[in-house]
Design a protein around this ligand. Structure first.
Ligand code: ASP
Ligand code: MG
Length: 405
């Protein structure tokens, strides 16, 4: 008998029929003797619908009131799921974040969980009930309802599992696990049986949207075994674990990619101390985050300075840089918002030289020009022209034989 926390996302509870199916599933675990805590999201589209309502009143709604409103989506699904369980003879009780309580800071729409009181949940589990908890929401010290950011129910699930010291946190969604890359780009992508937290963080932050990043950080910090599974198909899913000293750990676990990048180059800037800060200082002050940075070695006293930002910040960054160009006397400003970043991720590359050269060779064979390169212990990223993104992903998937186990 185990204590299991399950989280079902919006599509898994997107209709009454689906909620009934989830209830069947939860009940089958309960019938095996497990203690069950179930976190649910709002029905698909509901959070967006609510945000739209607010935007019809004002483009910039008060954050407290917005949280007050969007938190209702989850309140509907917890009650419906509890009813569906009760109908099946399975005792159940639902709690909002406030009732648990899930205590957070006061950063509305992106609150952080500070503390979870497990007393009430424990008492109900002991009384033989399934405990159903609203994802995405909490309560601050002033008794105001807060929310944890889009996709925040994942984090609720992991945080409850940590607080309850659950045996496993299972995240049910509309995919059957974490894949070597996006199957829409490479149909030969394969489900991974396991991936480390570290790798998952890279995959998630590089644009593979299976889990909210914060939930993975949380799970790593509190060592919560996390599993991603399909809500309505049987299968082992993908286990996200700490354990990486697995002899069979693959060199590369996956390929992440994002189109969400734009690139700027300042050509002919003076090669002298302080230049990088003169360029990036104003960018930072404008609240634009910089991702990759490359500076060439100088020739004849000048150099080129290139960096990337999120594509959504392209115009803002461009305005800042037009001024910077004049201030530092750069010869030219080149802006490009048609780039993509492709990254190989794998803890196995730590101990292996040659991953980078194999990567570059595979890209060269397809005539794909690499514009920028950056590396870390478990990741190599390249920036390329956006139009070669799919080709690059498929070429790398083949070169590292990710379709084979
Ligand atoms: N309902 C919230 C959202 O759509 C939270 C979640 O689904 O995890 O972002
Ligand atoms: Mg989600």
């Amino acid at each position: 008998m185990a204590l299991i926390v399950q989280k079902y996302g919006g599509t898994s509870v997107g209709s009454v029929e689906r909620i009934e199916k989830v209830a069947e599933k939860v009940k089958s675990f309960r019938d095996q003797g497990h203690d069950m805590v179930v976190v649910v999201s709002a029905m698909t589209g509901e959070t967006n619908r609510l945000i739209d309502l607010a935007k019809q009143i004002t483009p910039d709604p008060d954050k407290r009131e917005l949280d007050q409103m969007v938190s209702t989506g989850e309140q509907v699904t917890i009650a419906l799921l509890a009813m569906a369980l009760q109908k099946r003879g399975c005792p159940a009780v639902s709690f909002t974040g406030f009732q648990v309580p899930v205590k957070t800071d006061s950063a509305h729409s992106k609150a952080r969980i500070l503390e979870i009181d497990d007393k009430r949940m424990r008492a109900e589990l002991k009384a033989g009930k399934v405990v159903v908890v609203a994802g995405f929401q909490g309560i601050d010290a002033g008794q105001n309802i807060t929310t944890l950011g889009r996709g925040g129910s994942d984090t609720t699930g992991v945080a409850l599992a940590a607080a309850l010291k659950a045996d496993e946190c299972q995240i049910y969604t509309d995919v059957d696990g974490v894949y070597t890359t996006d199957p829409r780009v490479e149909p030969r992508a394969r489900r991974l049986d396991r991936i480390t937290f570290e790798e998952m963080l890279e995959m998630a932050s590089l644009g593979s949207k299976v889990l909210q990043i914060r939930s993975v950080e949380f799970a790593g910090k509190y060592k919560v075994p996390l599993r991603v599974l399909h809500s309505f198909q049987d299968g082992p899913g993908t286990l996200i674990t700490l354990d990486e000293d697995n002899m069979e750990a693959p060199l590369i676990s996956g390929i992440a990619f994002t189109r969400d990048e734009a690139k700027f180059t300042l050509r002919g800037v003076q090669d002298k101390p302080g230049i990088a800060s003169l360029i990036l200082g104003p960018v930072g002050e404008a609240n634009v985050e910089v991702d990759m940075i490359v500076q060439n070695t100088g020739t004849d006293g000048t150099t080129d300075f290139t960096f990337t930002v999120a594509r959504g910040e392209f115009q803002k960054a461009q305005r800042v840089l037009e001024k910077v160009q004049k201030d530092v006397g750069a010869r030219e400003l080149i802006a490009d918002d048609h780039i993509a970043k492709v990254s190989l991720v794998g803890v196995g590359m730590r101990s292996h030289a040659g991953v980078a050269s194999r990567m570059f060779k595979a890209l060269a064979a397809e005539n794909i020009n690499i514009q920028m390169i950056s590396t870390s212990e478990i990741k190599i990223s390249v920036v390329i022209d956006e139009k070669y993104l799919e080709l690059a992903v498929r070429a790398l998937h083949a070169a590292f034989e990710l379709d084979k186990k």
